[in-house]
Design a protein around this ligand. Structure first.
Ligand code: DX5
Ligand code: ZN
Length: 196
């Protein structure tokens, strides 16, 4: 469940509802106003969440030089931390930093980011976050080429004998989720599109 989409005035009730629905991860969008043109949540929010629930965090870092900020989120075993392919000069080291915390390491791919960005880090990946919208805002429409890209990512991972999971983020409506699953997606970020 995408936490940038919850009602912040009633966050405790929202967390209880997500626990009752047995949501597996709390997806937390971290934006720096530069890598993406928006600001959202931060380390203090994550700290508060941890005091309210044991649901693991799925921390999506949309920031430049994410390696400078990983520790401030205190990642733990069972969490996922995603960094964008273009956001750091030292991608492999950053993925290893995430693994050293005990969390699962994921690479995030923007709609226009090629799959070959994973070429020399595929063995370091526990998951691939395929963006199905351009990151930054909730409520956007699916980028049409992104659906096919999920299938191509699955093929790429199979060819590289990788067991990394595929996570999809953006406009995961009930209708789109079925198509994303058919293409091989494993983890679905539920936001404003996922209401029914
Ligand atoms: C993008 C965000 C959004 C949001 C998902 O960076 O991660 O994709 O949480 O919500 P909707 O369903 O509004 O796309
Ligand atoms: Zn996200």
């Amino acid at each position: 469940a995408s936490l940038m989409c919850v009602d912040f005035a009633n966050i405790r009730d929202s967390i209880r509802a997500l626990e009752a629905a047995r949501v597996e991860y709390l997806h937390i969008d971290i934006m720096d106003g530069s890598f993406v043109p928006n600001f959202t949540l931060g380390p203090d929010f994550v700290k508060s969440l941890r005091s309210m629930t044991d649901i693991p965090c799925d921390i999506h870092l949309m920031v430049w030089e994410p390696e400078r900020h990983i520790a401030s989120f205190s990642p733990r075993a069972g969490d996922i931390v995603s960094v964008h392919a273009e956001s750091t000069v030292h991608l492999q080291r950053t993925l290893q930093m995430i693994k050293d915390t005990g969390a699962h390491a994921a690479i995030a791919l923007n709609p226009a980011t090629p799959l070959y960005s994973m070429d020399y880090v595929v063995d370091d990946l526990d998951a691939v976050l395929v963006m199905t919208v351009n990151p930054g805002y909730a409520g956007q429409k699916l980028v049409p080429a992104a659906l096919q890209k999920i299938g191509e990512t699955r093929k790429y991972l199979n060819e590289h004998k990788s067991h990394a999971l595929i996570e999809v983020d953006g406009n995961v409506s009930l209708e789109n989720a079925v198509k994303m699953r058919e293409q091989g997606a494993d983890i679905f970020v539920a936001g404003t599109s996922s209401l029914f």
